[in-house]
Design a protein around this ligand. Structure first.
Ligand SMILES: *[C@@H]1O[C@H](CO)[C@@H](O)[C@H](O)[C@H]1NC(C)=O
Ligand SMILES: *[C@@H]1O[C@H](CO)[C@@H](O)[C@H](O)[C@H]1NC(C)=O
Ligand SMILES: *[C@@H]1O[C@H](CO)[C@@H](O)[C@H](O)[C@H]1NC(C)=O
Ligand SMILES: *[C@@H]1O[C@H](CO)[C@@H](O)[C@H](O)[C@H]1NC(C)=O
Ligand SMILES: *[C@@H]1O[C@H](CO)[C@@H](O)[C@H](O)[C@H]1NC(C)=O
Length: 170
C-alpha cells in the first residue's frame, strides 16, 4: 500500500469513528459568559436539551469560585451539606450519566448571586434508525449548544491517524 492510500484509509477510519459517536455533547454552562455571578442559568438551561452521556462543564476563575453538586434543598437554600461532589479546577467537565435532575451551585457564596443551575437529563433518544435526522436537526438548532466535544472518538481518530502516518514513513 502506498503512503497516500494509507493516509486516505486512516482519514476514512477517523471520520467514521467520529461520525458514529458525535452524540455526546459538552454543555458549557453560561456559554461564553461561563460560571459567574449575575447570570440567570435557568434561562441557559431552558435553552439546552441534556441527554445521558453528555457532559456539563463549568469554566471560571478557580481562585474565586467552585462547583458543588447538591440536592434540591442545597439548590434552593444555597447550602452544600450532603453534597454529592465538588470541583474546583476552573475547567470542570462533569459527566451526566443518569436520567434525572441535577443541581449544581457555587459553594463559596456565589450561589446567592445566581451561581446555581439545575438541569434535567433525559434518556438517549432512540438510536439511528427512527428519526435520527430529525433529532440531529433539533440538537443543531437549539439543544446542543456550544461545542460538541466527542472526546474519546476524537482521541481514537487521532491515534489511528497518527499511527497510520507514522507507519507510512517507516
Ligand atoms: C430566571 O429566569 C426565569 C425564567 O424567565 C425566571 O423564572 C427566574 O425568576 C429568573 N431568575 C432570576 C434569579 O432572575
Ligand atoms: C438560546 O439559543 C439561541 C440559539 O442557539 C441563542 O441565540 C440564544 O442566545 C440562547 N439564549 C440563551 C439565554 O442562552
Ligand atoms: C431552606 O430554606 C427554607 C426557607 O428559605 C427553610 O424553610 C428550610 O428549612 C431550609 N431547609 C434547610 C434544609 O435548611
Ligand atoms: C438534601 O441533603 C440534606 C443533607 O444530607 C438533607 O437534609 C435533605 O433532606 C436533602 N434534601 C432532599 C430534597 O433530598
Ligand atoms: C470535596 O470532595 C472530596 C472528595 O472528592 C471530599 O473529600 C471533600 O470533603 C469535599 N469537600 C467539601 C467541602 O465537601
Amino acid at each position: 500500500m502506498s503512503r497516500l492510500q494509507l493516509l486516505l484509509l486512516s482519514i476514512c477510519a477517523s471520520t467514521i469513528t467520529l461520525a458514529s459517536l458525535v452524540h455526546a455533547t459538552d454543555h458549557i454552562v453560561g456559554a461564553n459568559q461561563g460560571w459567574n455571578p449575575g447570570i440567570n442559568y435557568t434561562l441557559w438551561a431552558n435553552n439546552h436539551t441534556f441527554y445521558v452521556g453528555d457532559l456539563i462543564s463549568f469554566r471560571y476563575q478557580k481562585t474565586q469560585y467552585n462547583v458543588f453538586e447538591v440536592n434540591q434543598t442545597g439548590y434552593d437554600n444555597c447550602t452544600t451539606e450532603g453534597a454529592v461532589g465538588n470541583w474546583s479546577s476552573g475547567k470542570d467537565f462533569i459527566p451526566l450519566d443518569k436520567a434525572k435532575r441535577y443541581y449544581f451551585i457555587c459553594g463559596n457564596g456565589g450561589c446567592f448571586s445566581g451561581m446555581k443551575v439545575s438541569v434535567v437529563v433525559h434518556d438517549l433518544p432512540s438510536p439511528p434508525h427512527a428519526g435520527a435526522g430529525k433529532q440531529k436537526e433539533k440538537n443543531g438548532a437549539g439543544g446542543g449548544g456550544a461545542g460538541s466535544v466527542p472526546v474519546l472518538p476524537l482521541l481514537v481518530a487521532w491515534i489511528v491517524l497518527f499511527f497510520a502516518y507514522w507507519v507510512s514513513f517507516n
